[in-house]
Design a binder for this molecule. Structure first.
Ligand code: NI
Length: 198
C-alpha cells in the first residue's frame, strides 16, 4: 500500500503479521492449491496472518494462494465496517468494527442454485471491478481450524464471496470468469496501471 493507513479495532489489535499479496499475473495465482491435512499451529498462524492482511488491505476475502501459500484455505469477513476518522493529531485513521472473521479450509461448493450478477474486485487485481455471473445460492462444506467438518447454505454476497475465493484455490482469478473480450480489455488496463505504479 502506498499511503500510510492506521487501522484500529479493540478486539483486533495488532494480532497477526502483514503478508505480501501477490498480484496478477503471478504464477502462484494460477496453481491449483493442495488440500490441508494437518490442523496445527502453523495453520492457525497462517489464518491469523491472512485475516490481519485482509483487514489491513482492507478487503472482504483473501485466499492462501494470494499470499503465496498453495493451500486450500481462505478467510473472509463480509460484515465488518471500516470507519474513516480524523484523529487528534489530524491523521486519517481507519477504525474497524463489527468484525465477523470466517475461516474455510478444504472447502467444497455444492448445490449451486440460481444466478446473480455481482460486481467483484480482488486484492490481487487492485483497481479493477467488474460484474461476474455467479450462483445465487450454494452449500459449502469445509473444515474449521480444528479439522472439524462443517457445512452451511449461503446466498447473495456471502455466496458470491465464497465462490470468488474458492476459485483462487483452483488457480482462477475473477477476470477469467468474464467474456474473452472483457477479460482482455481489463487485463490490459490492469497491466498498464501496474506498470505505471511500478
Ligand atoms: Ni480475489
Amino acid at each position: 500500500m502506498k499511503n500510510q493507513t492506521i487501522i484500529t479495532e479493540d478486539s483486533f489489535g495488532s494480532k497477526g503479521s502483514l503478508l505480501q499479496i501477490y498480484t496478477y499475473p503471478s504464477p502462484i495465482l494460477k496453481k491449483v492449491a493442495q488440500e490441508v491435512s494437518e490442523f496445527d499451529d502453523d495453520l492457525k498462524k497462517l489464518c491469523e496472518d491472512m485475516l490481519y492482511t485482509m483487514y489491513m488491505a482492507p478487503g472482504i476475502g483473501l485466499a492462501a494462494p494470494q499470499v503465496g501459500v498453495s493451500k486450500r484455505v481462505f478467510v473472509m469477513d463480509i460484515d465488518f465496517n471500516c470507519e474513516e476518522v480524523t484523529n487528534s493529531i489530524g491523521q486519517t485513521e481507519y477504525r474497524l468494527n463489527n468484525l465477523n472473521p470466517r475461516v474455510f479450509i478444504n472447502p467444497v461448493i455444492k448445490n449451486k442454485k440460481g444466478e446473480l450478477l455481482y460486481e467483484e474486485g480482488c486484492l490481487s487485481v487492485p483497481g479493477i471491478f467488474e460484474s461476474v455471473k455467479r450462483a445465487k445460492e450454494i452449500t459449502v462444506e469445509y473444515h474449521d481450524l480444528n479439522g472439524e467438518k462443517l457445512s452451511f447454505d449461503a446466498d447473495d454476497t456471502l455466496s458470491v464471496c465464497i465462490q470468488h475465493e474458492n476459485d483462487h484455490l483452483d488457480g482462477i482469478v475473477f477476470l477469467e470468469r468474464l467474456s474473452l473480450l472483457k477479460k482482455n480489455l481489463l487485463t490490459k488496463k490492469f497491466l498498464k496501471q501496474k506498470k505505471k505504479n511500478g
